[in-house]
Design a protein around this ligand. Structure first.
Ligand code: PMV
Length: 335
């Protein structure tokens, strides 16, 4: 039997966690120690093209126009998960581009692995369902499991050792509660310690790690209720608390993980001042210095103007909530 060869292009958007994920129950299968809840954005995009080719001796991976050995190995191992399912050894060429800064706390690994999973599935005509694609995306990056879906999404930690119950599910369509996210970019530098390495060190060394994991189920229940009731105040309260609890664990990691810069803190104060003025907005921050201000759509321009005026803010992006990862083009040819 000859190998199927094919190609496909997929698009995915980053997601921003409101109840954060920081810590694993299994590193090999990339199983989260606790669940998480996120919103998928619509204004930032990853486009990934995958082409399986019998003529290739090795995988060829080009990310934002550049080849990098470490990334090629990581993506090669991810491709292997799908090759094993398809029963093939054919190598692939992968080209992926982001229209936003990569590796700077804007969830590029989430959109990157979600787009890659969808493109590989289509290129190999595997026909996997969304649950399986979410589990496979998780193997590349925990947060990628969530970008398979749009709108409000919940990721389950699961309890099974094989990880077959650790996948994301959509909670609410983007149009059902069309919040906006104003992203204040305070640095375009790539972070020194990526999430995967950072959370492993936190797990080993932060005296607060266990307490942090213990808070997540309660926060998830509150956030889920807030989403179902479209209760902005309740979602704001639990989201800021989850973000700051995660950063408390990062700060108490040894050596400390300080992802913020001075402008990050100034943006937090700016959001608090807006709240005091009665504006519907709250902040969340990931493993990087950017501040994401989630707000009601009619307050988005006021929030964007205020954050643009904070010293050290280089740029401000305004996004709505978007759809999940999807194929945007495919060409299949069976050799
Ligand atoms: O799955 P990773 O390795 O991209 O880690 C995500 C970690 C945070 O962005 C800080 C939190 C989250 O839940 O997205």
């Amino acid at each position: 039997m000859t190998s199927p060869t094919g190609q496909a292009t997929a698009q995915a958007q980053p997601n921003i966690a409101l109840v954060k994920y920081w810590g694993k129950r299994d590193a090999a299968l990339n199983l989260p120690a606790a669940g998480s809840l996120s919103i998928t954005l619509d204004a930032l995009h990853t486009r990934t093209r995958v082409r399986f080719d019998d003529a290739l001796d090795a995988d060829d991976v080009v990310l934002n126009g550049q080849r990098d050995d470490a990334q090629t190995r990581k993506i090669g191992a991810f491709l292997d998960l799908f090759r094993a399912r398809a029963g093939i050894t054919t190598r692939a060429r992968v080209e992926s581009d982001n229209d936003f800064p990569t590796g700077a706390g804007l969830a590029s690994s989430a959109s990157g692995f979600a787009a890659l999973a969808i493109a590989i599935d289509r290129a190999l005509a595997l026909g996997l369902d969304a649950r399986e694609l979410s589990m496979l995306a998780r193997r590349g990056s925990g947060s990628a499991a969530r970008s398979i879906f749009g709108g409000f999404v919940e990721m389950a930690a699961g309890t099974r050792e094989d990880g077959e119950d650790a996948f994301a599910k959509p909670l609410l369509e983007p149009a059902a509660w069309p919040l906006n996210v104003v992203v204040a970019i305070t640095s375009r530098k790539k972070k020194a310690i990526d999430s995967r390495a950072g959370m492993q060190t936190s797990q080993r060394t932060s005296p607060y790690y266990r307490d942090w994991i213990a808070t997540v189920p309660g926060d998830l229940a509150k956030a889920r209720e807030a989403v179902q009731a479209r209760d902005f105040g309740k979602l704001a309260y639990v989201s800021e608390a989850s973000c700051l609890a995660m950063h408390a664990v990062m700060l108490t990691t040894r050596p400390a993980l300080i992802y913020w810069n001075g402008a990050t803190l100034d943006c937090i104060q700016c959001v608090r001042a807006l709240q005091a003025d009665g504006i519907g907005v709250f902040f969340t921050i990931d493993a990087g210095p950017q501040v994401k201000a989630v707000c009601l759509p009619h307050h988005a321009s006021r929030v964007a103007d205020a954050l643009r005026d904070v010293a050290g803010v280089e740029d401000v992006l305004v996004s709505g909530l978007g759809d999940g990862a999807r194929v945007i083009e495919d060409v299949r040819a069976c050799a």
